[in-house]
Design a protein around this ligand. Structure first.
Ligand SMILES: C[S@@+](CC[C@H](N)C(=O)[O-])C[C@H]1O[C@@H](n2cnc3c(N)ncnc32)[C@H](O)[C@@H]1O
Length: 323
C-alpha cells in the first residue's frame, strides 16, 4: 500500500465458530488438536483488525492466515497433501511439511476476504506454498534472529504467532517495535511457561523417558524463549512496546489435550492417507472431519477449563503499541 493511504481493516472471519472449526479441521484433519488451537487463535485474533500495511512474521505455509482471513478451501485440500521425510519425522524430528511437491495445489473455493501485505518465514518451501494462496502481497525469506529487512515505521499491523521460536527474542521484539508505525499495533500470540507443566512430564517416574520422548518429538526444543507473563511483559517494556490489551485463549485443558493429540502418529497417518485412492481418501476424510468437529466443539471456547483450580493460561494474545 502506498504510504499515506488510510489503513483498511481486514473484515472479520465470516461464519460461526462451528464453521470456522470445520474449516480448520478440514485443513489439519490428521492433527485435530492443532485445528482446535488454530480456531481459538483465529477467533481471538478477529477482535483486532489487521490494518494495512500488515506483515505476518513466520507465516509458514500461510494456511492459518488464509483461513483466518476468511478464505475457504475445497474439502479435499489439506496440509497433508504435500509432505515428505515420513521416516525421519519420528526420532529425527524432521519437519514433514518442509517440502513442496509439484502437485501441491491448494484448491480454493473462495479467496480470502482481505490480503496481508508481507509474509516472512525462514523456510523457503513454506513460502513457496504460501505463494499459491494469493494472500500475501510479498513473501520474504528471513530468519527472525536477524534484523528485519524493513524500514522504520513501515507497518500498521505486525502479527506473529511464533515469537517464542526465536532465540534472540529481545532483539526480535525491538525490531518489531521499530518497523511499526507510531499509531500501529504489534499483535503477538505467545505460549506461556505453563505449557511445560501441562504435559505428562510430571509422571515420568511411571511413564519413562522413552514414552515422553515419543510424545515430545523435539517440540519443546523449538521454543527457546517461552516464558511466563511477567517475563514477556518485561521483555516488551525493554523493547519499546507497551501492552494495550492481553487476552488468554488456550487453557490448561486445551494444552493437555494438545500435549497428547495425534502428533506421534501423524507421519504414519499421513503416509496411510497418501496411499489411498483419492475417492477413498475423500470419503474417509469426510467422516473423520465430522467426527472431530463433534468431539472438539464443546472444547472450542477460549475459556473452557475442566480443572477446578485457576491456572496460568497456555497461550495468550498481546496487542502492543510502540511506547
Ligand atoms: C508453528 S509454525 C507457525 C506458522 C504460521 N504462523 C501458522 O500459524 O501456521 C512456526 C513457523 O516459524 C518458522 N520459524 C521458526 N524459526 C524461525 C526463525 N528463526 N525465523 C523465521 N521463521 C522461523 C517456521 O519455519 C514455521 O513456519
Amino acid at each position: 500500500m502506498p504510504p499515506g493511504m488510510a489503513p483498511t481493516p481486514v473484515a472479520p472471519v465470516q461464519g460461526t465458530r462451528a464453521e470456522l472449526l470445520r474449516r480448520f479441521v478440514q485443513a489439519y484433519w490428521l492433527r485435530p488438536e492443532n485445528a482446535l488451537w488454530m480456531t481459538l487463535r483465529s477467533e481471538i485474533l478477529s477482535d483486532t483488525p489487521l490494518e494495512h500495511p500488515s506483515i505476518d512474521l513466520a507465516c509458514g505455509d500461510g494456511v492459518f492466515s488464509f483461513l483466518h482471513c476468511g478464505g475457504i478451501f475445497d474439502p479435499t485440500f489439506d496440509v497433508f497433501t504435500s509432505i515428505a521425510e515420513f521416516d525421519r519425522a519420528g526420532d529425527e524430528h524432521a519437519d514433514m511439511f518442509d517440502c513442496v511437491t509439484d502437485d501441491y495445489q491448494p484448491v480454493i473455493v473462495s479467496p480470502s476476504l482481505d490480503t496481508i501485505d508481507v509474509g516472512t518465514d525462514i523456510k523457503r518451501n513454506m513460502l513457496a506454498k504460501a505463494r499459491l494462496l494469493n494472500l500475501y502481497g510479498r513473501l520474504v525469506e528471513h530468519d527472525n534472529n536477524r534484523p528485519l529487512l524493513f524500514d522504520d515505521d513501515s507497518f500498521q499491523t505486525v502479527y506473529c504467532n511464533a515469537a517464542y521460536w526465536v532465540a534472540n527474542v529481545d532483539r526480535f521484539l525491538t525490531e518489531m517495535a521499530r518497523i511499526t508505525r507510531p499509531d500501529g499495533r504489534v499483535i503477538l500470540q505467545v505460549k506461556l511457561d505453563g505449557m511445560r507443566r501441562y504435559t505428562l512430564g510430571a509422571h515420568r517416574g511411571i511413564l519413562g523417558d522413552r514414552l515422553l520422548d515419543i510424545i515430545d518429538r523435539g517440540r519443546s526444543a523449538s521454543w527457546p524463549t517461552i516464558a511466563d507473563q511477567a517475563t514477556w511483559e518485561a521483555r516488551f517494556a525493554a523493547s519499546g512496546l507497551r501492552v494495550n490489551a492481553m487476552r488468554p485463549f488456550i487453557t490448561r485443558t486445551h494444552a493437555h489435550i494438545w500435549d497428547i493429540g495425534l502428533r506421534p502418529i501423524a507421519p504414519l497417518l499421513a503416509k496411510m492417507a497418501q496411499a489411498l485412492a483419492p475417492k477413498t481418501r475423500a470419503a474417509i476424510k469426510r467422516q473423520w472431519v465430522d467426527l472431530f468437529c463433534e468431539l472438539l466443539e464443546p472444547l472450542c471456547d477460549p475459556d473452557v477449563d475442566l480443572f477446578a483450580a485457576k491456572n496460568e493460561p497456555a497461550e495468550v494474545q498481546y496487542v502492543l503499541r510502540p511506547a
